[in-house]
Design a protein around this ligand. Structure first.
Ligand SMILES: [Cu+2]
Length: 145
């Protein structure tokens, strides 16, 4: 009886350890796996970008697009209980996005009209806690010639 209990305790400990390690690895992966990502030119002449949004990241978080070429930005939202949003305000480049990411997929179409580096982020914040942006849920859209 005693050894059984010891075994189940060990099992429980292993599960907790596994969960902790995978959680930390996931966070690290979200940060490290973020190399600059160049938009792919679609056959219809649109620059296609797919990003994943979740707690609390955008992946990739550094996107490079060409100026004066239409962009189709598709955001897939990871399932979770925390609501997220996307803000990308770059009026000088003719981009204005401010939307709740309430569905699984969101598509934004715009044509960046000026080169530069423009921040995008999640504007959500719960009471006195740090904002999602402060948690790392932000990125850069780099518009190049
Ligand atoms: Cu968020």
């Amino acid at each position: 009886m005693k050894s059984l209990r010891f075994l189940s305790l060990r099992f429980l400990f292993l599960i907790i350890l596994t969960l902790t390690v995978s959680c930390i690895a996931g966070r690290l992966g979200a940060q490290l796996g973020n190399k600059p990502y160049r938009a792919v030119m679609d056959t219809d002449g649109v620059q296609q970008i797919n990003i994943l949004a979740g707690d609390y990241f955008f992946k990739p978080n550094h996107i490079i697009v060409k100026v004066n070429v239409p962009v189709r930005l598709v955001v897939r939202v990871e399932r979770g209980i925390v609501p997220h949003g996307l803000v990308l305000k770059a009026l000088e480049a003719n981009i204005s996005i401010d939307e709740d990411l309430s569905r699984e997929f969101h598509t934004f179409i715009f044509t960046p009209s000026a080169p530069g580096r423009y921040a995008f982020y999640c504007p959500k914040k719960l009471f006195f806690f740090k904002s999602h942006r402060e948690h790392g849920m932000e990125g850069v859209l780099e518009v190049v010639e």
